[in-house]
Design a protein around this ligand. Sequence first.
Ligand SMILES: C[S@@+](CC[C@H](N)C(=O)[O-])C[C@H]1O[C@@H](n2cnc3c(N)ncnc32)[C@H](O)[C@@H]1O
Length: 269
Amino acid sequence: MKKTADMYLELMIKTLTNEVYGDTEYAPIVSNRFISKLMNCTQSMLGFRLVRKQGFDLEKRKKGLDWPPYAHTMVGRKRLENIQFCAKSVLGNNVPGDFIETGVWRGGSTIFMRAIIEAYDLHDRSVWVADSFEGLPAPNEELYPVDKGDIHYTIDELKVTLESVQDNFRKYDLLDDQVKFLKGWFKDTLPKAPIEKLAIARLDGDMYESTMDAISSLYPKLSSGGFLIVDDYCIKTCEEAITDYRNEHGIQEEMIDIDGTGIFWQKAP
Ligand SMILES: C[S@@+](CC[C@H](N)C(=O)[O-])C[C@H]1O[C@@H](n2cnc3c(N)ncnc32)[C@H](O)[C@@H]1O
């Protein structure tokens, strides 16, 4: 049984990151210039799309260093394997609680969390999927001056609708009542989310505000022995949010690097 579960999860990683078909990827040509938008519009009315061949680099994809045109996650193999590592630890040690990701894009990491629950035939844990489903917020410079000038909110590629994420879950036969969606800005949804306990909290919101809002609401619900994962620790503002929160709350647990981009730590038992 264990071998079958591991094989299933390995196949999920290959599929979710599109390692399998990466070398045939074509990226849509996106531009904000009026003339390009007009061309794109005309072409799509005719059933065409302007694309360019994407130079596929497997090593980059493994480390989640490119923005894949089709894959359901941009976090790459190593950070998915990190989720698997944390999940095996909490399941092996009976650490209570659900799994959550804040900032899901096309849903890939949360689909993987749900796949882990499926692989181990668990019926008492859920996966929480938290996102605005309309991209990042414009920086709130008054409350969070370090986010000043952040342009993530202007990036259309980061806006993926709830329906489209649900469709992605469905493609893997993993959409059911063990998947719970929290739609809206983290500052509004997370403080009142009906989550009792968490075993894994994965933060992937890119900005100081998004990271701080997520950790402030979720860390108190993280069980001892559970894991806090930060996808964007390589982003200065995200690192600052984590440092501020750890200092304010006297968190001493050692942070472990995942792949040069993300980090994680285990809440002391
Ligand atoms: C880099 S993407 C996440 C990538 C994803 N984890 C994956 O597996 O590919 C960042 C996501 O965070 C969401 N986001 C960032 N800040 C947010 C906030 N404050 N409230 C709600 N959603 C937010 C964006 O909508 C976007 O989907």
